[in-house]
Design a protein around this ligand. Structure first.
Ligand code: GRF
Length: 203
């Protein structure tokens, strides 16, 4: 008997440009992430350029601003929006806020982040600048599961780029970003394939 194949509902959280968000939307819409649908984009910034892009793709968008509230309150509203829409997987894509423990617990094992370094090196802000400062010869990007440690959850995938002698933060960031756009859809597909297998085994 063939088991029904589930379509996973993805939400993407952004704060700005949204180029990784666009890469995920393109990949889901073109079948490169099988069984995935980007169902929601949430931004904490009303001016995030990515919101317009998501609208162009006819994806529901929400702006949930922090508005001086505590992290827990803000995250509570986001988790409620995710649950209301039966979101299966949350992808952080340039989302510039640290998640509360309650948010992580509500979606444990189902929140991914992309970071522009080869973790565990260079966590936090300005990863590309940190890499240049240390004189590393290779850099790259990482997709990992989000847990309570900053940029510290289990790694799903990485891509490596060379660092050139004359690199600036801008040139290195651009080289890494090109790889981010390939890595993130691959990593989402990997996670969903595992989930599909686990669900089939448990049904
Ligand atoms: C990317 O470099 C990502 O790795 C980091 O923030 C940047 C977001 O870029 N977390 P974009 O908004 O996806 O274009």
């Amino acid at each position: 008997m063939n088991l029904p194949v589930k379509t996973f509902r993805l939400a993407i959280l952004i704060s700005g440009r949204g180029s990784n968000m666009s890469a995920l939307i393109d990949a889901a819409q073109s079948g490169k992430i099988p069984q995935a649908e980007v169902a929601l984009v949430i931004s904490d910034q009303p001016s995030a350029a990515g919101l317009q892009e998501a609208n162009k793709c006819a994806i529901e968008t929400l702006v949930i601003e922090r508005r001086g509230r505590a992290r827990e309150e803000h995250d509570k509203e986001i988790v409620a929006a995710l649950r209301e829409r039966q979101i299966d997987l949350v992808c952080l894509a340039g989302y510039m806020r640290i998640l509360s423990r309650a948010f992580i617990a509500a979606y444990r094992g189902r929140i991914l982040n992309i970071h522009p370094s080869l973790l565990p090196s260079f966590t936090g802000l300005d990863a590309q600048r940190q890499a240049l400062k240390h004189g590393v010869k290779v850099a790259g990007c990482t997709v990992h599961l989000v847990d309570e440690n900053l940029d510290g959850g289990p790694i799903i995938g990485q891509r490596v780029v060379p660092v050139r002698e004359d690199d600036t933060v801008e040139t290195l960031s651009a080289r890494i970003l090109e790889q981010e756009h390939k890595l993130y859809p691959e990593a989402v597909a990997t996670v969903l394939a595992r989930t599909q297998i686990t669900q089939a085994a448990n049904s």
